[in-house]
Design a protein around this ligand. Structure first.
Ligand SMILES: NC(=O)c1ccc[n+]([C@@H]2O[C@H](COP(=O)([O-])OP(=O)(O)OC[C@H]3O[C@@H](n4cnc5c(N)ncnc54)[C@H](OP(=O)(O)O)[C@@H]3O)[C@@H](O)[C@H]2O)c1
Length: 172
């Protein structure tokens, strides 16, 4: 089973803020995100889960939290306390892929287990005083850039951007 992280980050690695929400309006990326994870199983941190309340429909959703009792939005959603637990249940369910959709703490917890990174990279720094960031995966040699596509500036994005797909190098 493949674990894929999908995120949008600016040139400083910012993905959001400690007070919540995305620091940009990026319709093209929203469309890309929806198209990629539609009808797929997702793993999401408790904060982002609450933030995205109206976004979830029938997806299989694993909510990462240490809080003993949380309210879940839909019957298919389940609480998990560790990434390993999510992977175990996903394997039991026979899922071929699980998409990690954030936020920062959840990306950091999942990175060591992940096989693929699907990143929309804004080519500018968006100033955020209480930035939440994507883990700095590029300082390790574990990752190889497999695909890169330039998104030139257009009305449905804040600046030019690149869509990158990274895969974990096979070390065996
Ligand atoms: N740009 C993007 O691609 C993107 C994507 C998603 C979200 N975001 C942004 O990211 C920001 C939120 O990120 P965040 O880091 O504050 O929150 P988060 O990762 O969404 O959720 C954090 C919560 O998840 C649980 N958690 C995290 N790591 C855990 C672990 N190892 N084990 C068990 N539970 C764990 C904890 O819940 P409990 O406190 O309940 O224990 C923790 O408080 C927001 O600004 C959001 O808009 C950006």
């Amino acid at each position: 089973m493949r674990l894929s992280l999908i995120a949008a980050l600016d040139a400083a690695g910012t993905i959001g803020s400690a007070t919540g929400g995305l620091p940009w309006d990026f319709p093209r990326d929203r469309e890309h995100f929806r198209a990629t994870v539609r009808d797929r199983a997702v793993l999401v941190g408790h904060r982002t889960y609450r933030e995205m309340e109206n976004w979830f429909h029938s997806e299989e959703v694993f909510v990462l939290t240490r809080t003993p009792h949380i309210s879940l939005f839909l019957p298919g959603h389940r609480r998990v306390t560790t990434v390993a637990q999510a992977l175990e249940i996903a394997a039991e369910l026979g899922l071929d892929e699980l998409f990690v959709i954030g936020g920062g703490a959840t990306f950091t917890a999942c990175l060591p287990f992940s096989d693929q990174l699907i990143l929309t990279r804004l080519e500018t720094v968006i100033p955020v005083s209480d930035a939440v960031t994507f883990p700095n995966f590029e300082r390790s040699t574990d990752w190889a850039l497999e695909q890169s596509e330039t998104w030139p500036p257009s009305p449905d994005q804040p600046c030019s951007a690149r869509l990158e797909v990274w895969s974990r190098r096979n070390t065996s």
